[in-house]
Write a protein that binds this ligand. Structure first.
Ligand SMILES: *[C@@H]1O[C@H](CO)[C@@H](O)[C@H](O)[C@H]1NC(C)=O
Length: 605
């Protein structure tokens, strides 16, 4: 009794193994997998074959009614084979098929009605072939199709009604084709669509209304096209959208209010577009947006309220914008959850004192590879969570000594690759650096003086009071006294002594100390010149009641000088002529000649 029972259990497996062709693996659940040197659909047991997987085969042609014998077959695939021809009735007689996968073959043409009996088909994958065009009849009959993948082919055009019948479609992948445009009504019947991938095509424009009926769409991928323009309100009818990828296109402008009514958006990418400007009203409420990529653009600045509706943003990548030179004061006002802000590789020259003041959760701030010369002392006062700060490879000449006092959470700070100017003003930050060396992760790469010449490459953390020669009254004090004196008496033109500052007396024994004087604070226009160890200095206040008058005086002075020089040259020239005449007289010329000469000279004069 026991033995019979066991035999009965084994029976199906025994029959199965006898019927499984060589080169194939058949398993008890009804799947057959064949690899290698087969050129046609193998002979299988129709009573137990549910799933047929043919991979890396030599099948070139799919014959008429290839699957008719397998009345139980639900899913089939022929992939990575040399399949290039499909008989117009290849799938006829197998209406029960749910999945057909013919990826990575050499198919270029499909007979128009090849799937006409496939009303149960749910999944059709024709990706990675050589398909050039698709007949508008090809998908007729696929009323239950859920997933269609025709990516990585060579399709350049689609008929407006090619997807009309696919009302159950959830997933449509058209990426990696050569589509230049899309008929406006192409997707209008796809009301169940959840994911639409159009990336890596050659789309240049999109017509307004193209996506208007896709109310259930969750993912829309438009990246890596040539889109130059998007019509206003293109995305207004996709309230469920979670992901919108527009990166790597040719967008210079985006219409105002383009991203309104996308309350569920969690990911938006705009990077690698030649954006020139963004409108003041761009983004509606987006409570769920956590990540924004806005890099590799041509933006010089951005509207102050750009992020105002993205209150939940965690990661903001606003970097590699080679022209981005200023940030509005309140730009990051409303981002209490922002944890990482990358502003690296921009063209920032200065930052407003309060620009980071709302960023209470900010932990990582990347400001490296900009052109920052200094930073306001209180800029990090309201960023209590700041842990990692990168200021390397800027043009930093100074930093206020107390700038990091409030950044109590700071763990990693990068400062190398700057242009530290080691005069007396550097002392306080140099002291802070020296005391906090463990926080600075790039001391070995050189946090060192750039100027003056004799201190070049001296490490900031090792600078001493004596190195800086601050004890004899610094240069800064001297010039500011001079400027202050001049500003107090703007109406009196400066005397000669005011113009000449003998540098060698200040920087004893090093007359080549400075070639130019650059004053960091103050609104003055500074004119300076350098000659024989003397520096000629002359400042004009750029603002204030007398600035116009001072500039005018300066110009008058210059002009007078030039006129005087020209006049004296002319007089010398004249004198020379007189001398020649007198010379002639002395050499023995007659009285007559002399009087005539003198008379004619008078006339000429
Ligand atoms: C923020 O979203 C609301 C609602 O969509 C909108 O009225 C407002 O103009 C948006 N603000 C900005 C700065 O775009």
């Amino acid at each position: 009794m026991w033995l019979i029972f066991a035999l009965l259990q084994l029976l199906p497996q025994l029959t199965l193994s006898t019927r499984c062709p060589s080169g194939c693996v058949c398993d008890i659940k009804g799947s057959t997998k064949c690899i290698g040197n087969i050129t046609d659909i193998p002979l299988l047991d129709p009573a137990i074959t549910f799933l047929l997987l043919l991979d890396d085969t030599h099948i070139k042609v799919l014959q008429e009614r290839s699957f008719q014998p397998f009345s139980l077959l639900l899913r089939m695939q022929i992939t990575h084979s040399s399949l290039n021809t499909i008989h117009p009735e290849a799938f006829h007689g197998a209406p029960q098929l749910r999945s057909i996968k013919l990826s990575s073959n050499a198919l270029s043409i499909f007979p128009p009605k090849v799937f006409s009996e496939q009303s149960n088909l749910e999944q059709l994958q024709l990706d990675d072939n050589q398909i050039i065009s698709i007949s508008s009849e090809l998908f007729q009959g696929l009323v239950n199709l859920i997933e269609l993948d025709i990516s990585r082919n060579r399709i350049s055009q689609l008929d407006a009604n090619v997807f009309q019948i696919l009302t159950s479609l959830n997933f449509l992948n058209l990426a990696g084709n050569q589509l230049k445009n899309l008929p406006q009504t192409l997707f209008h019947n796809l009301r169940q669509l959840k994911s639409l991938n159009l990336s890596s095509n050659q789309l240049e424009t999109l017509e307004s209304g193209t996506f208007d009926h896709l109310n259930n769409l969750l993912v829309l991928i438009l990246q890596k096209n040539q889109i130059q323009e998007i019509p206003p309100r293109l995305f207004w009818h996709m309230p469920s959208l979670l992901t919108l990828l527009l990166s790597s296109n040719q967008l210079q402008y985006i219409p105002a209010e383009s991203f309104y009514y996308l309350p569920n958006l969690t990911k938006l990418t705009l990077y690698n577009n030649p954006l020139i400007s963004l409108p003041d009203q761009l983004v509606g409420h987006m409570q769920r947006l956590q990540e924004l990529h806005l890099y590799e653009t041509n933006l010089a600045t951005v509207p102050w309220n750009l992020f105002a509706n993205m209150t939940n943003l965690r990661w903001l990548y606003l970097h590699f914008n080679k022209k981005l030179s200023s940030l509005p004061k309140n730009l990051f006002c409303c981002l209490p959850n922002l944890m990482k802000l990358s502003l690296k590789n921009n063209n920032l020259k200065e930052l407003h004192t309060e620009v980071f003041s709302g960023l209470i959760s900010l932990q990582i701030l990347l400001l490296n590879e900009n052109k920052l010369q200094s930073l306001p002392a209180t800029i990090f006062q309201q960023t209590p969570s700041l842990k990692i700060l990168d200021l390397s490879h800027n043009h930093l000449r100074y930093l206020p000594g107390n700038i990091f006092v409030h950044a109590s959470a700071l763990k990693v700070l990068s400062l190398s690759g700057n242009k530290w100017n080691c005069d007396c003003r550097i002392l306080s930050i140099a002291e802070w650096i020296s005391e906090n060396q463990r926080l600075i992760n790039d001391l070995d790469k050189g946090v060192a003086c750039h100027e003056p010449h004799h201190l070049r490459n001296n490490h900031l953390q090792k600078l001493t009071y004596e190195d800086l020669q601050c004890s004899q009254g610094g240069f800064q004090t001297f010039t500011s006294t001079l400027i202050a004196t001049m500003q107090q008496t703007p109406l009196i033109p400066p005397t000669a002594e005011d113009f000449y500052v003998k540098t060698s007396s200040i920087y004893n024994n090093d007359p080549a100390f400075y070639n130019t004087i650059v004053l960091d604070d103050g609104p003055e226009i500074v004119h300076n010149n350098h000659y024989n160890g003397w520096v000629y200095l002359w400042t004009v206040p750029s603002r204030g009641p007398y600035s116009g008058f001072m500039t005018f005086l300066y110009i008058v002075l210059l002009a007078t000088g030039v006129i005087l020089i020209l006049a004296s040259v002319y007089i010398l020239y004249r004198l020379n002529k007189v001398m020649v005449v007198l010379g002639a007289v002395a050499m023995g010329g007659g009285q007559r000649i002399m009087t005539r000469k003198i008379r004619s000279f008078k006339v000429q004069l």
